[in-house]
Ligand binder design. Sequence first.
Ligand code: E4P
Length: 218
Amino acid sequence: MKFFIDTANLEQIKEMQDLGIIDGVTTNPTLLSKEGAEPIEQLKKICEIVDGPVSAEVIGLKTEEMVKEARELAKIAPNIVIKIPMTKEGIKAVKILESEGIKTNVTLVFSQNQILIAAKVGASYISPFIGRLMDNGQDEIDMLWESMQIINAYDFKSEIIVASIRNARHVIEAAKMGAHIATIPFAVLEKMFVHPNTEKGLKAFLDDWEKLKNQLKS
Ligand code: E4P
C-alpha cells in the first residue's frame, strides 16, 4: 500500500520523506491557502522534495478552463498529477488530459457511482473522501468496500486514493480492503508510529539493563 501525505506544508513533507514512508503528496486549494505562499512556487518546492506523484487541483469549473489550467500546472514538474472535481465538466477534462498523457486525480468523490464513472473515463487516480462521509453520518467503510469491489472486478487502470482520512483506524480499513493508496494527514501519520506499550516496554528494557550493570559492578 502506498502512503501519500495530505498537506502542502514543506516541513511536514520533509519529515515524513526523511522517515522513508511517503510515496507522494496530495494538496488542494484549502491546504495551499493554509501555507499562505504563492501556490505555484509552493508546488515547485514540494516536487523538489518528493519524486512520487504530487496532486495539484484546478480551480476552473468549465472543461476548457480546467484543461488550460492543468496544462500549465503540468509544466511545474513531471510528477504533477492534476486534481479534477467529480463533475460532468470535470469528467470531460479527465478524458482530454489523460489522452495527452497528463495524469488526473478525480477529487470530491462520495459515491460508488462516481467511482465507476471516473474509472470508466480512465482517470489515473480516484479520491473517495471517506472522512467527510463519516462526518455526514454515512457509512464510509461500506462505501469504500463496495468501491474496491467495483475497481477490482474489472480491468480499470485507476488507483484508489483513500482521502479525507480522519484517524489511524481509517488507514487500517483502507489497507484491509487493498486500497492502492491512502493520503494521510501529518497528525494521523504521527499517531501511527506510537503505542503506549512501546514506550513502556523500552523503558523497562533500559531500566533492567541498568540494574544488570549495577549488579555486575557490585
Ligand atoms: C484529498 O486529496 C483531500 O486533499 C483531502 O483528503 C480532503 O480531506 P478533508 O476532508 O480533511 O479536507
